[in-house]
Design a protein around this ligand. Structure first.
Ligand SMILES: Cc1cc2nc3c(=O)[nH]c(=O)nc-3n(C[C@H](O)[C@H](O)[C@H](O)COP(=O)(O)O)c2cc1C
Length: 219
C-alpha cells in the first residue's frame, strides 16, 4: 500500500487549500493509499539558523521542535503533495519555515555551473503541488510552482500533478455551491453569470485535485 503525505500551508481552517488538500486525500484513499494530512501551521517548527552543521552531520541540529518527527514521517512516504496559498507571490511563512529545514536532508556540492543537491534520505518518488490564490490571473503563483518543480528534480522524483487554483479569495470559496456563490457575488455587486463561470472553474479544481490524489497513490 502506498503512503501519501499531504502538507497544507494555509493557517486558515476550512480554507481553500484545506478543501483542495482533503479532496486530494480522498482521491489517494479511494485509490488504496494510506494518507496523512499535515498542517504546517500546527507544527512547532523553529526557523533554520543557517548554521549549516547539517553539511557535516547530515541531520538538523536544532532540537525540541517537531522537525525530526515530521522528517521521519515524510521520508517514509512514497508520495507527497504540497498545497499552499500564495502570500505575496510566495508560499506562506508556515510552509517556508518547514521547507528550509529540508536543507538538512540534502548534501550540497558547489560546482562551477551551480549547486548540486543530493538527498541523504529516501524522498517520496511522486509529488504533486497546488497553489491557491485570490487573483484571477495565475502569475503570482508561478515562482512557487517553479520552486516545487525544482524540489522534485532535487529529490529525483516525478511530478504527477500540478495545479494553480486562481480566483479564490474568500474562505471556503472553492467548496461553495452555485447558489452560495451567486449570493456572495450579488453582495459584491458581481453578476450571476460570473458566479456561474467561477463555480464551474471550482468544480474543475476539485475534480483535478481528486485525480491528482489518485495519481499520487498509484505505483
Ligand atoms: C498575507 C496575504 C498575502 C496574499 N498575497 C496574495 C498574492 O500575492 N496574490 C494573490 O493572488 N492572492 C494573495 N492573497 C490571497 C490568498 O492567496 C487567498 O485568499 C487564498 O484563497 C488563501 O488560501 P486559503 O483559503 O487556503 O487560506 C494573499 C492573502 C494573504 C492573507
Amino acid at each position: 500500500m502506498s503512503r501519501v503525505i499531504i502538507v497544507i500551508g494555509s493557517p486558515r481552517a476550512e480554507g481553500n487549500s484545506d478543501i483542495l488538500g482533503r479532496r486530494l486525500a480522498r482521491g489517494a484513499r479511494d485509490a488504496g493509499a494510506e494518507v496523512e494530512i499535515v498542517y504546517a501551521a500546527d507544527l512547532n517548527i523553529k526557523h533554520c539558523t543557517g548554521c549549516l552543521r547539517c553539511n557535516l552531520v547530515e541531520k538538523c541540529v536544532l532540537r525540541n521542535d517537531d522537525w525530526a518527527a515530521f522528517a521521519e514521517k515524510f521520508t517514509a512516504c512514497d508520495a507527497a503533495a504540497f498545497v499552499t496559498p500564495i502570500y505575496f507571490h510566495w508560499m506562506t511563512s508556515h510552509l517556508k519555515a518547514l521547507i528550509d529545514r529540508f536543507r538538512s536532508l540534502m548534501r550540497v556540492q558547489i560546482r562551477p555551473d551551480g549547486l548540486v543537491h543530493t538527498p541523504t534520505s529516501k524522498m517520496p518518488r511522486r509529488c504533486a503541488y497546488i497553489s491557491v490564490l485570490g487573483s484571477p490571473r495565475e502569475d503570482d503563483a508561478l515562482p512557487v510552482m517553479r520552486f516545487f518543480r525544482y524540489v522534485t528534480e532535487m529529490w529525483r522524483g516525478e511530478v504527477v500533478g500540478e495545479m494553480i487554483a486562481a480566483k479564490l479569495a474568500l474562505r471556503k470559496q472553492v467548496g461553495m455551491s452555485g447558489e452560495e456563490l451567486a449570493g456572495m457575488f450579488a453582495k459584491m455587486g458581481l453578476g450571476a453569470d460570473l458566479a456561474k463561470s467561477y463555480h464551474e472553474t471550482y468544480q474543475d479544481y476539485l475534480r483535478r485535485a481528486y485525480e491528482m490524489g489518485r495519481a499520487l497513490a498509484v505505483d
